[in-house]
Design a protein around this ligand. Structure first.
Ligand code: G3P
Ligand code: CA
Length: 243
């Protein structure tokens, strides 16, 4: 079972910052999950909320601010003052780093509230430039985004994200030709897992933050967990593999 760091090592460092991404790699994560939106001037940036208010020292919507304005903020959120200033990364900055690391990246396209027209092509251009096509999984709660992006770059691996308990999720993904399903871990019962496996789906689940839940996911044969504590997850998975 693969261990992905949710927004980087976000349990102990400011989420979606280069510091959290570096720390995730140091902690031995197999991969990193991050969130992408567009600045007002159309640059893909790495941030979770549509507003900067919770995670930075600024206020306002990401899509109303230029890259220069966004970069002037400190995204240290609940760790303010502990680790210096941590800017909002651009996706380009992240890919420059990730290119040299032995990890896979789960790029979540944050288009559930604002669609950010053109974001799919911009992310594809960057992946092509950095030759990262085979080292990413693209997911989104907005399934139209996934289908649009697949038209641009069919060779990428895609997953549908959900926060609800969908009936027949395996068939849904299969019928649309999407190989990965990214559900809330609580919705993974023996029944739902059986249906997903029946369709041969890769199951990548979030947000798994305790050894008990990691064990439960391993016992159910889940392919990947996405969690805030990649150090703990690595140890928990290693212990399970020893037994
Ligand atoms: O990609 C898994 C997970 O990150 C989705 O939820 O709200 O943490 O972006 P959220
Ligand atoms: Ca996310």
């Amino acid at each position: 079972m693969k261990n992905f760091a949710h927004r980087g090592f976000s349990g102990s460092y400011p989420e979606n910052t280069m510091l959290a991404f570096r720390k995730a790699v140091e902690a031995g994560a197999d991969g990193i999950e991050l969130d992408v939106q567009l600045s007002r001037d159309g640059v893909p940036v790495v941030i979770h909320d549509e507003q900067v208010d919770r995670t930075t020292n600024g206020i306002g919507c990401v899509r109303d601010m230029t890259l220069e304005q966004l970069r002037a903020l400190d995204a240290s959120c609940r760790f303010t003052g502990q680790y210096g200033v941590n800017p909002i990364p651009t996706l380009r900055e992240y890919l420059e780093f990730a290119q040299a690391q032995p990890i896979v990246t789960n790029i979540e396209m944050k288009t559930g509230v604002f669609a950010y027209p053109g974001i799919e092509a911009k992310v594809c251009d960057l992946l092509r430039e950095f030759q990262m096509e085979e080292r990413v999984i693209i997911s989104s709660f907005n399934h139209f985004t996934i289908l649009r992006m697949r038209e641009i770059m069919p060779q990428l691996k895609y997953g549908f994200l959900t926060e609800t308990w969908i009936i027949g999720a395996g068939k849904y993904c299969h019928d649309l030709g999407i190989p990965c399903y990214h559900p809330l871990y609580r919705s993974l019962t023996h029944e739902t897992v059986r249906e997903l496996k029946q369709y041969g789906l890769q199951i990548n689940t979030f947000t798994v933050n305790t050894p008990e839940d990691i064990r439960d996911m391993a016992e159910k044969g889940i392919d990947m967990i996405i969690g805030n504590y990649p150090d703990m997850a690595r140890e928990a998975i290693a212990a399970l593999e020893r037994t």
